[in-house]
Design a protein around this ligand. Structure first.
Ligand SMILES: *[C@@H]1O[C@H](CO)[C@@H](O)[C@H](O)[C@H]1NC(C)=O
Ligand SMILES: *[C@@H]1O[C@H](CO)[C@@H](O)[C@H](O)[C@H]1NC(C)=O
Ligand SMILES: *[C@@H]1O[C@H](CO)[C@@H](O)[C@H](O)[C@H]1NC(C)=O
Ligand SMILES: *[C@@H]1O[C@H](CO)[C@@H](O)[C@H](O)[C@H]1NC(C)=O
Ligand SMILES: *[C@@H]1O[C@H](CO)[C@@H](O)[C@H](O)[C@H]1NC(C)=O
Ligand SMILES: *[C@@H]1O[C@H](CO)[C@@H](O)[C@H](O)[C@H]1NC(C)=O
Ligand SMILES: *[C@@H]1O[C@H](CO)[C@@H](O)[C@H](O)[C@H]1NC(C)=O
Ligand SMILES: *[C@@H]1O[C@H](CO)[C@@H](O)[C@H](O)[C@H]1NC(C)=O
Ligand SMILES: *[C@@H]1O[C@H](CO)[C@@H](O)[C@H](O)[C@H]1NC(C)=O
Ligand SMILES: *[C@@H]1O[C@H](CO)[C@@H](O)[C@H](O)[C@H]1NC(C)=O
Ligand SMILES: *[C@@H]1O[C@H](CO)[C@@H](O)[C@H](O)[C@H]1NC(C)=O
Ligand SMILES: *[C@@H]1O[C@H](CO)[C@@H](O)[C@H](O)[C@H]1NC(C)=O
Length: 840
């Protein structure tokens, strides 16, 4: 097929999709133009299978017949509820039709509003006075090029991917190349002071606070954040630049170079060679600190990484976050630091299943208790940042002492060649990943001294025990009198200790899982005196807080007397288990009557906010709902089947399912859980839970973990149908979802129940109906006929079929149950579930 026939096909397939007003190639725009971010106003809109979508405003067709081309317009990533005004690379054909949506996923190389994405119907205006202005749907100003009054005549996207505002004389007034975000295009330069900052995640485009790459007067530097920042890479301009000439960093086909601006780019500069471009390339600073070179591959019709530009010595273990904070990287494997020749541990993994997330000290370092500081010695361990040296410390002992003196020192690293009394001591305020080294390969020796905090309680009780032992020994040798004194001392100390224990009510040091203990003061401080309320959960109020760099949710239990039992149950249960689909307990506080729990922060809040439409959130698409259901199933399966003892949650409902940035769901609030012994399959327990989600066997008080399967079934229905199980705002015949479910299942009309707020759900009718059948199985009246959570997962993953003998008529009794309960709790407005879920 020759180019002519290809062109023909391209034109033929293009025509119907382009509106008459939309030219094939439209790289420029004039002043006094306004674009509105919706499909109707920007017909050149394409959705991609990864959930992202683009709406192009200016687009430059490739010079070649077809291929990657640059465009500027609105961009969103799944779930597509927030848009950037961005420059992106798309795959188009000669008619500038955007093609290859499956593999040619748009690549964002610049954006105006990373930190404040806009919504549907936001506007971009190239105003008559020459400013490019982005406003959100409500008219609020989000971003402006601030170029009014500078005779801007028009906007253009160049062949290089530069978005340019130029004046009547065609001189550049503003260009996106001078305001880089996280990426560079061939031909683009970074000047002194300009920086690249990676985004936080694929959907949260906010600047990541951790990494940064910038041009300083003597070269290009990459830093990882702390105070002061720690450099992990630099590329310096050659020493000949003595005249303080400004320098620049340029990315071209084949090199990334640092050079003096006034000279040729290849003159007096240093550079990193790059693979020659076979097609369109761009470079991006990633959220893990790597600088990656991407290239479109015509052969594979997709984007791929062709080079990891920053190479660190001796290997990738030298990347600051390769093993997280305090993580020790050895040949690519991550572990937590251990003292040589000692069985004591001072660090635990942040996440047992993900060693690369790093380690945390068991006891946080406290400047108030410097007398309990100790330094852990790690031999043959090095660190990437060697920029902050301690003057006068040329041997290991001085290097250690230097760290004791200053509380902001978290570790020192002592590096030396032949002579261990003639080395260099470096200090850091924050410890990122450490590297194991082999001195014969790197040609230096290095030890790291990590500061750790001994908890006062452990040292006190050791001291007590020593005194007792000493007393007893002396007594035996020197006679009865001393023995009596020793025994008295022993009894006294024991009683004293007993008293202390009574004060504490429970010996928290023995809790499993090494959950961190905080003082009330600390939690008050980290939540800004409990100022930012996130919501009310069972037994208490949840506040937002910040511990170190980490955002946390602090739950303050109300009426500690009432909630105490639940508090211990919760600390004990979740402190000891960790799973990606269970909300992580970070720590707790028990002081006087105060009981607080510190959880990981879940940015998108609870599931009810996303399925009941009370908070104006856009409807979730099918794929997100499916993933949420699978995540809940995995969390429950872990509790039911993978822990040493079966853990029944007993209060599964959307308010207790929390979502992270990427809509990963995690099960929260174990406050009501009861441990069930494996050999004792049923257990007597007080009735608890939330009306509407309660399984029928609650009436008999004989419950098993299968009550969770029932509640899970209700939640699945709510997610698929986008409504509350019991919604008294609806007409009487529709108030109860499970009753409707029975009717619709018997008449084979399940389709009617699917959430019609979302077009995408309508597209996935068949899957949604299958999901409801799975829910019916979980809602079986007879608990023994409900599937186990592992079977639920198999069905969801497609490796097992739904039990074909399930019976929809048995859904009825459950219904009676919920009606009775609802009568018991008479109310005029739908109750907040948390109020009802309190102890009864
Ligand atoms: C911009 O204005 C010029 C001159 O008035 C006109 O020729 C051109 O077609 C306009 N471009 C667009 C994209 O409207
Ligand atoms: C956007 O504006 C159009 C036309 O004014 C309107 O029909 C549509 O409902 C709006 N969309 C949103 C999400 O507000
Ligand atoms: C434009 O000016 C406003 C107000 O002075 C400022 O807040 C904003 O950061 C400027 N925008 C840019 C892109 O420089
Ligand atoms: C403006 O300048 C650019 C290069 O700087 C050139 O490609 C373009 O054709 C010029 N446009 C006009 C209208 O002169
Ligand atoms: C944000 O960064 C991630 C990876 O670093 C990337 O996959 C994603 O496309 C980026 N998003 C934007 C809008 O730049
Ligand atoms: C995005 O990440 C930043 C931290 O980098 C955080 O402060 C912000 O809340 C996140 N945004 C959302 C919508 O989660
Ligand atoms: C720098 O590159 C230019 C063009 O590629 C070439 O003409 C020049 O000789 C080079 N200078 C040096 C010092 O290599
Ligand atoms: C840089 O300086 C060195 C020695 O001072 C000299 O040999 C070399 O020619 C200089 N290079 C350039 C490009 O000026
Ligand atoms: C990059 O340079 C190589 C030779 O150095 C050349 O073959 C290739 O075509 C260039 N790529 C682009 C996209 O210009
Ligand atoms: C630490 O452990 C390593 C390997 O287990 C051993 O080679 C080294 O001698 C030990 N160092 C000390 C000071 O015990
Ligand atoms: C380093 O040593 C010199 C001379 O021995 C002394 O004057 C200076 O105060 C020392 N500096 C520090 C930071 O200890
Ligand atoms: C500890 O070190 C930091 C960083 O050098 C310094 O700012 C601070 O003053 C030092 N504190 C003390 C008590 O020496």
């Amino acid at each position: 097929m020759g180019p002519a026939s290809l062109l023909f096909i391209a034109l033929a397939t293009t025509a119907p999709l382009l509106s008459a007003a939309q030219p094939y190639d439209y790289p420029t725009a004039n002043i006094s133009t306004l674009w509105t971010n919706n499909k109707a106003s920007l017909p050149h809109s394409v959705s991609y299978p990864d959930g992202s979508a683009v709406r192009a405003i200016v687009l430059r067709s490739p010079q070649t017949f077809y291929g990657p081309s640059f465009a500027a317009g609105f961009f969103c990533a799944a779930p597509c509820d927030a848009f950037l005004f961005a420059v992106f690379i798309l795959y188009t054909n000669s008619g500038a039709k955007i093609t290859m949506p499956t593999t040619g996923i748009p690549q964002v190389v610049w954006s105006a509003n990373r930190a404040s994405p806009v919504r549907e119907n936001a506007t971009l205006e190239l105003s008559s006075d020459g400013s490019l202005v982005l406003r959100d749907a409500d008219g609020s100003l989000v971003w402006s090029s601030n170029t009014s009054g500078r005779s801007v005549a028009g906007m253009e996207i160049t062949e290089m991917g530069n978005l340019v505002l130029s004046d009547l004389k065609n001189a550049t007034v503003w260009q996106s190349f001078e305001h880089p975000t996280d990426a560079l295009l061939p031909g683009q330069s970074l000047l002194e002071g300009m920086r690249l900052v990676p985004n936080t995640s694929a959907t949260n485009w906010t600047e990541n606070q951790l990494y940064m790459m910038t041009v300083l007067p003597d070269g290009l530097y990459a830093y990882v954040g702390s105070t002061p920042p720690q450099p992990y890479f630099s590329l310096s301009v050659s020493k000949n630049n003595t005249g303080n000439d400004p320098i620049m960093v340029t990315f071209t086909n084949g090199t990334l170079s640092v050079s003096v601006q006034s000279k040729e780019p290849n003159d007096s500069g240093t550079s990193i060679p790059l693979p020659a471009a076979k097609s369109t390339q761009y470079m991006r600073l990633e959220s893990d600190g790597h600088l990656k070179l991407y290239e479109w591959s015509d052969a594979e019709a997709t984007w791929g990484v062709v080079s990891d530009v920053i190479k660190l010595f001796p290997d990738d273990c030298a990347f600051p976050t390769v093993c997280g904070e305090y993580g020790l990287c050895t040949g690519g494997q991550c572990s937590c630091p251990l003292q040589n020749s000692s069985s004591s541990t001072y660090f635990k993994r942040v996440d047992e299943r993900k060693p690369n997330l790093g380690c945390a000290p068991l006891t946080p370092i406290s400047c108030q208790e410097m007398q309990h500081h100790q330094l852990l010695t790690l031999t043959d361990v090095s660190y990437f940042d060697i920029s902050h040296t301690v003057a006068n410390a040329t041997n290991g002992e001085d290097c250690k002492q230097a760290c004791f003196k200053n509380c902001s020192c978290s570790a020192t690293i002592f590096r030396y060649g032949q002579n261990d009394s003639d080395g260099t001591c470096m200090w850091v305020t924050k410890v990122f990943s450490l590297q194991s080294i082999q001195p014969e390969i790197v040609h230096f020796n290095s030890s790291a001294y990590l500061k750790v905090q001994l908890s006062p309680s452990t040292s006190d009780s050791n001291a007590n025990r020593k005194k007792v032992m000493l007393g007893a020994t002396l007594g035996a040798i020197t006679g009865i009198v001393l023995l009596v004194i020793a025994v008295t001392l022993y009894l006294y100390l024991r009683r004293k200790r007993k008293h202390q224990e009574l004060d504490e009510e429970l010996d928290f040091d023995q809790l499993p899982g090494m959950t961190m203990r905080y003082s009330f003061e600390k939690l008050r401080e980290c939540t800004g005196d409990f100022s930012k309320k996130l919501g009310e959960g069972g037994f208490g109020t949840v506040f937002e807080g910040k511990i170190g760099e980490e955002r946390v949710a602090v739950k303050r239990l109300e009426g500690a007397r009432q909630g105490k039992k639940e508090f211990f149950a919760e600390v004990e249960t979740i402190g000891s288990i960790e799973h990606i689909n269970l909300v992580r307990l970070i720590g707790f506080c028990a002081e006087k009557s105060e009981r607080l729990l510190v959880y990981e922060y879940m940015p998108r809040g609870s599931l009810d906010r996303w399925i009941y439409y009370r908070h104006n959130n856009a409807p979730l698409d099918w794929c997100t709902r499916y993933r949420i259901i699978l995540d809940i199933a995995k969390g429950l399966c872990y509790l039911h089947e993978e822990c040493r003892r079966i853990i029944a949650h007993l209060d599964i409902k959307p308010q207790n399912i929390l979502l992270d940035d990427n809509f990963n769901a995690k099960v929260a609030d174990f406050g009501l859980s009861k441990l069930i012994d494996r050999d004792q399959s049923k257990v007597m327990t007080m009735m608890r839970g939330t009306p509407g989600y309660l399984a029928p066997e609650w009436l008999t008080s004989q419950i098993t973990e299968k009550v969770d399967v029932y509640s899970f079934g209700v939640v699945v229905m709510e997610v698929v149908c986008g409504r509350k199980n019991i919604d008294i705002s609806l007409p009487e015949e529709s108030v109860q979802l499970i009753k409707l479910l029975r009717e619709k299942a018997q008449n084979d009309q399940l389709v009617d129940l699917i959430d019609n707020h979302s077009d995408d759900m309508v597209l996935h009718q068949e899957e949604a109906v299958q999901m409801m059948k799975l829910a019916i199985w979980c809602l079986q009246n007879d608990s023994s006929r409900r599937p186990s959570m592992s079977s639920v997962i198999k069905v969801l993953e497609g490796s097992m079929n739904i039990d074909s003998t399930i019976d929809c008529s048995s859904l009825e009794e459950n219904l009676v149950m919920s009606v009775q309960l609802n009568k018991q709790f008479t109310y005029s407005v739908p109750p907040e579930a948390s109020i009802l879920s309190g102890p009864r």
